[in-house]
Design a protein around this ligand. Structure first.
Ligand code: BGC
Length: 475
């Protein structure tokens, strides 16, 4: 636990409270209004890739029902909404021709959020690559740095004036590890060589987009600051024992997952452990690649779900860096250990490693079993309530420990397509009945609304506060 006394919980009035979603997971209507095919549209149609053959064809129908979902956000008292843009709605072929109807969709959403006092926080890329670009090698093709930069420019020109927060990529590690190393996510490749190459392209694309942002959305005295950052997933790695071998294994796991992208972005270098981790698949980044990846950022977004306890195991790829998860009763439906102190440790780790760049927790949440349909106005979800409450306390502990933290986004606003798990895992604050599209708030949503309304003070209560009926009507 942190080496400082716990303080009474109270978050500052301007702390951002949000919820997050991603385009392919919630929108549905993937080909509507002239959109092109994405890599995920294809991947879900590849037999055996996604549980039960689930697709994002309908998902939460957020593409059409977002005004209704915006009302739910208002009821929760959210002050920000993090969502991603589907590249192939904007550029159906991935580059070249812009689809005005796709752009107009997001413009309407941004304007409505702003009118409701909810700050839009846009992620340019949350894993749905235009299929036309995947055909050209996707994240393996060096040209993708320019393709992504051109896509970003279209959005900055259209929305840069209005949108206060932007992120280039969501979780580049997951893109490389799931998409190019283990094949569990689109495009489903399995190559350590490709994973190493994709990492370099991703960070080039990130850097190119930040450069475009600085050129197209310059600071202006007549409007509040517009910010751009990078969103990474961090999983603190604890050695399983005090042995030198386990410590070295934890350092390799940390380099592979946590520092592989932050070190280039913030230090202009790659972690020293990576040549050993990747073995013959490793190739040094060029000086140009490192320089492009390192652009001044306004913030870093951290997604935190769980920790890993790591022991040295010569049998496991990656070069003995694989985590071993502790088996306890306290695991979520995705088999992730519930470990709130890991959130505090993660944020303190960032401060210690990279300094005081402003941070946001851009995702945190849990999948637990919820019934597929609900009778009544509320859904009782005590395990998720417990997860949220303990993680928000851990969040406050990090602030009390001096972390420069400015906001928190729950994952997720709605139950949604959990990638290769299909609809079998529910992370939402709000339950979705996929047959009827009915939305039902969970008790977790009531707790979150109370936290927001009280600036976190209700987290000081030792008794369980939330119960049905606590959701404020609207602001
Ligand atoms: C991703 C989300 C995903 C969540 C839960 C994060 O890695 O950004 O898209 O649904 O974790 O698995």
């Amino acid at each position: 636990m942190p080496p400082f006394a716990p303080a009474p919980i109270e978050f500052p009035a301007n702390f951002l409270w949000g919820a997050a979603t991603a385009a392919y997971q919630v929108e549905g209507s993937p080909l509507a209004d002239g959109a092109g095919i994405s890599s995920w549209h294809r991947f879900v149609r590849t037999p055996g890739r996604v549980r039960d053959g689930d697709t994002g064809d309908i998902a939460c129908d957020h593409y059409r029902r977002w005004p209704e979902d915006l009302q739910l956000m208002r009821q929760l008292g959210l002050t920000s909404y993090r969502f991603s843009i589907s590249w192939s709605r904007i550029l159906p072929e991935g580059r070249g021709r812009v689809n005005p109807a796709g752009l107009a969709h997001y413009e309407r959403k941004v304007d409505a959020l702003l009118a409701a006092g909810i700050a839009p926080n846009i992620t340019l890329y949350h894993w749905d690559l235009p299929a036309a670009l995947d055909d050209r090698g996707g994240w393996l093709n060096p040209d993708i740095v320019e393709w992504f930069g051109d896509y970003a420019e279209v959005l900055f020109k259209a929305l840069g004036d209005r949108v206060p927060m932007w992120a280039t990529l969501n979780e580049p590690w997951v893109i490389t590890d799931g998409g190019y190393l283990h094949g569990t996510l689109a495009p489903g490749h399995r190559s350590a060589f490709e994973a190493a190459i994709a990492a370099r392209r991703l960070m080039g694309a990130h850097g190119r987009a930040v450069q475009a942002f600085r050129a197209l959305v310059p600071a202006r005295p007549d409007r509040p600051e517009r910010k751009i950052g990078l969103v990474v997933n961090i999983e603190p790695k604890y050695p399983a024992s005090s042995s030198v071998a386990d410590h070295a294994a934890a350092a390799r796991a940390d380099a592979y997952m946590n520092r592989q992208f932050l070190d280039p972005a913030l230090r202009g270098q790659t972690p020293p452990e990576l040549p050993e981790v990747f073995g013959e698949a490793w190739e040094d980044w060029t000086a140009e690649e490192l320089a492009l990846a390192r652009q001044p950022l306004d913030f870093v977004g951290i997604n935190y779900y769980t920790r890993a306890v790591v022991r040295d195991d010569p049998a496991v790829w990656l070069q003995r860096a694989a985590p071993v998860r502790q088996v306890q009763a306290t695991h979520t439906e995705t088999a992730w250990e519930v470990y709130p102190p890991g959130l505090t440790d993660t944020l303190l780790w960032f401060k210690q490693q990279y300094g005081d760049l402003p941070l946001y927790v851009t995702e945190n949440g849990s999948a637990f079993y919820d019934p597929p349909t609900v009778d009544g106005p509320w859904l009782e979800d005590p395990l998720r309530v417990d997860y949220l409450r303990r993680h928000l306390r851990a969040l406050h502990a990090a602030r009390a420990g001096g972390v420069n933290l400015h906001g928190y986004y729950a994952w997720s606003l709605l139950d949604n397509l959990e990638w290769a798990h299909g609809y079998s895992k529910r992370f939402g604050l709000i339950h979705v009945d996929y047959a009827t599209q009915k939305r039902t708030p969970k008790v977790t949503a009531a707790l979150y609304a109370q936290v927001i309304a009280s600036q976190g003070r209700c987290l000081n209560d030792t008794v369980d506060p939330p119960s049905a009926g606590l959701l404020p009507v609207s602001r």
